[in-house]
Design a protein around this ligand. Sequence first.
Ligand SMILES: [Zn+2]
Length: 310
Amino acid sequence: MRRVWMLFAVCVFAGSFTAAQDEDFSKVQIKVSKVAGNVYVLEGDGAGNIGASIGDDGIVIVDDQYAPLAEKVQAALKGITDKPVRFIINTHYHHDHTGGNAYFQKQAPIIAQDNVRKRLESGGAAGNGGSVHFEAKAAPKEALPILTFDHDVTVHLNGEDIRALYFPAGHTDGDSIIFFPHSNVVHMGDDFVTYGFPFIDVEGGGSIDGMIDAVTQVIFQLPQDVKVIPGHGAISSLDDMRAYLAMLKATRDVVQQALKEGKTLDQMKQVKLLDPWKKYNGDFVSADVFLETLYNSLTGQKTGKLIKHN
Ligand SMILES: [Zn+2]
């Protein structure tokens, strides 16, 4: 587990969503790698991966990490090209993906699904409906996406049709997955991560079934040799996503079955229901936390407010 991500996790468990912003990001370095075609990835010590389309028309970035890292992200982009940032797309509202919004929106408009703007604007609860819970502050006006869409939007730059497509109720209720068809790359946002069991923001309108649907559809639509940028973690393949999807489905099914048998959450924890998948056990999302997440998602126990959308 990388440092900043650990901080994020610690903050989550401490119930303080703002603490990460007070932490020392001075030692974090932004690592730039080419993914394929004209798409790059910028990684910053566990923060959300930034995807970047870079070409003659300028830069389109997907997500913008924590606020204190914005200048480093800018410097890393300058190391690739002198062209301007033209658009920023947010995959979802979490602050490790949108923290740089206010900084970057001075340069170019931010695009996101309607619910991303709503949640950033209102602030509110995020969590798994159980032991992971935190309160997000309302974001300042400068950080709110200027352009929003309901279902999908395409940015035609750099010889690419960069498409943001909405997948409802997966990691949150405002997730977009971003396709770069010419370069044969996809940025999954946090519907796909490689740090182990995923965090599903049940209180932010996420659900296990929505996450399974999103990953299933993407695998179905994309060519076998597509390069996958996860929300967190290293560049992956479609086979990596298949293994992840198999885990999501199998763990969902085993909890669904236990619910049918009338088992309580405590009973499921006691028999270590997710033990066969223990290699996914992480510092952030442990097997017990993921079990709670599945239980709350499948039984509709969420303490957060659902945002109404079309
Ligand atoms: Zn997230």
